[in-house]
Design a binder for this molecule. Structure first.
Ligand code: NAP
Length: 236
């Protein structure tokens, strides 16, 4: 059996997800399954796969599509063989931008719940047998500070905030149901990506430096909690 840490990361085509899989796969100690909707349209991911010193496997996954989520388990089984999965990172998300509680688009709301909440929930269900066989058994659901009522961000980004707050509760429920797993949510910070925009505070590289300084060692004491990118607890 391999001693490599096995990671499954969604949204590997760009942004924070791309930086994470690029960084992880630079180490021979990692096996990374990088999931994205359209690998043919992800040239930076292709470049990361070519430069990888560890194992980097690219799989096709639309986290807004139940059939696609169910289908990915077979691909994971083929890649992992009798190895387990150590870390599942649910990174993929969409935003409706700065909409409001009185006046959002119903279609945008449903699609946000589908991609930002239901997708991570169903993916964790589909990959649970592999996590059960993993040494670390960690589920990292990537949320946002905007999900926090305690941080009080006011009326902005209503749909996105509601979906991420639901993701927070999903994660709490996962942690409560399965104390053998380590499931937590992280706010990556305000990051310069297509979603974060050019005025954000940190680059994807700075973000991943912070996240990889503590997530690989995350143990049961982290489970069911909400953290910033430094691993400090945030209020719900
Ligand atoms: N950037 C920030 O400041 C910030 C702040 C707080 C939280 N976050 C969170 O951090 C995570 C990463 O954000 P980011 O800034 O890197 O976002 P981004 O640059 O906008 O990239 C979004 C990623 O999600 C993928 N995605 C969207 N819908 C998908 C679907 N249905 N199936 C599969 N993949 C899908 C995109 O894939 P395609 O290339 O196929 O579209 C892309 O890889 C998200 O969960 C976001 O909510 C970001």
């Amino acid at each position: 059996m391999s001693d490599k840490a096995a990671w499954f990361v969604t949204a590997a085509s760009r942004g924070i997800g791309l930086e994470l899989v690029t960084r992880l796969s630079a180490s021979p100690a990692s096996l990374v399954i990088a999931a994205c909707r359209n690998p043919e349209g992800a040239p930076k991911l292709e470049a990361a796969a070519k430069a990888a010193k560890g194992e980097l496997h690219v799989v096709t996954l639309d986290t807004g599509d139940e059939e696609s989520i169910r289908g990915v388990a077979d691909q994971v089984a083929e890649i992992l063989g009798d190895r387990g999965l150590d870390y599942l990172v649910n990174m993929a998300a969409i935003t409706e931008g700065d909409d409001k509680a009185f006046g959002f688009s119903p279609e945008g709301f449903i699609q946000s719940m589908r991609v930002n909440v239901l997708g991570p929930a169903l993916l964790a269900q589909a990959l649970l047998p592999f996590l059960e066989k993993g040494k670390r058994k960690v589920i990292v659901n990537v949320t946002s500070g905007l999900a926090s009522i305690g941080l009080n961000f006011g009326d902005k980004n209503a749909t996105y905030s509601i979906s991420k707050t639901a993701l927070n509760m999903l994660t709490y429920k996962q942690a409560m149901q399965r104390p053998d797993l380590v499931a937590f949510v992280i706010d990556p910070g305000w990051v310069k990506t297509d979603m974060g925009g050019p005025n954000a505070f940190i680059t994807t590289s700075e973000c991943i430096d912070l996240l990889l300084s503590w997530i690989p060692d995350a143990g049961p004491e982290r489970s069911g909690k909400f953290f910033n990118n430094k691993g400090e607890v945030l209020p719900w």
